[in-house]
Design a binder for this molecule. Sequence first.
Ligand SMILES: *[C@@H]1O[C@H](CO)[C@@H](O)[C@H](O)[C@H]1NC(C)=O
Length: 459
Amino acid sequence: MQHLLCNWIFQTSNRRCVAALAVLLSLSLFYIGIKPWIRTQTVLFDTEVVDAPSRNTEVSDEPARMTSQSAQTPKTGHKTESQTPKTVHKTDSQTPKTVHKTDSQTPKPLQKSSAMKESEEKQKGFSSLPVDSRALKKNFPMLKEAAKKHSGRYHSRLDQMMATYLPAVDTSAWSPHSPSGKKLTIEEVHSVAKSTIQPGFQVPNIAHFVMPFGETNLQFHQMVSLLSCLHIMKPHRLLLWYAPGKLPSGHWWDRVRKNLTESEWEERIIFVQRPIPTSVYTVPVHGKEHQSDVMRLEAVLVFGGLYMDIDVLVLKPLEPLRKFVCTIGREVPYGLCNGVFLSAPSGTFLAMWHTAYQVFNDEAWGEHSVKLPHSMQAAFPDLCHVEEESMDRPNWTPEERTWIYNIGQQSRWDWRTKNYVMHLWFRLYNKQHSMDSIRTLNSMYGEMCRRILYGSGQP
Ligand SMILES: *[C@@H]1O[C@H](CO)[C@@H](O)[C@H](O)[C@H]1NC(C)=O
């Protein structure tokens, strides 16, 4: 068709000029035609059926974050056998058009029910995040400098690879639903989250967990972690992110469920199913811990709130921290830990952190999750508040870990006055307890669990 058109035009005078115009015209027609379709593809929900709660019993392995020597070689865990997620990279509408689609099937004719059209309309707002794009643009050169130190194999290609200063988050396969299976739109979740930001606060009163997607059987300390969040932070909504087929299960999970009444559970808990990311921007993400890093970053970037690893205990209400746009804890002098952090929705620090994943190096350990936020915060101290001792201390070093777990070491660290939250670095301890054994455990860990489970640190 283009060929015929060209032939016809070439009969006329001034061939080159007209040909150039024709090419331009057909290109723009093509672009106008295809653009709405691309948008549709990136904002539509996955229509996958929501998993029913499973009840298998296996041992869990949660992602833990540390940069110790012993942790230099992360368990190269079996990749979960989840389906390969779609890798549609949605970009902000202001970015150069770089929508990468992997499967290039021909556009289906649009035959949508009015309900579908309506829900599409609703979600259009999420084709771009309401980020402060001016700040992101201005900070981009300095962000690149900070990211360069942590980009490993991409160091020499950083300028080509860090192509956009706007975060690209693909929410098309996120599927939020209530415990009973009622589907929610991302927009609905977003507005609930926003409605929990009282005057004077920046961070919504919601919390996110990424449920372990290796094994689903909940462990004792993970139950305590969930209960500490529910009863001490008291979030309006608790968002439990899980990979398809990986809903939590087992005895301790049942105990969490039974802790709330049916109606409280239905009202306060939101499950969000999403595929495990295997790439971010153009780079691969295969490490289990790294996949979880991307999931938590995107969860808090889009909705705001608290993210905590499922081996973190909440020990005090978090209201004072919800007044900062962004808060993260220091674990070591050169590292801030992404195992627990808070942010406003679309926060600038988190948006920059996400865009730095354009040069994410899957082979390195702790660069983007611990050292990069440290470098970024040093470069942009106004964008993120650091809690020096109240979130990730005691840290994972062998000495400080003994304060948490060794018997009779409680005088070494005053968790009652110092800590908002406590990171347990549980993988390095890994002893299973029960309601019985925790009653008499004479350690800081025992005290904290008892405070959460029984309201008192005493045995
Ligand atoms: C729920 O958990 C809290 C905190 O651990 C505890 O105080 C409360 O007794 C539990 N309630 C039920 C019904 O299990």
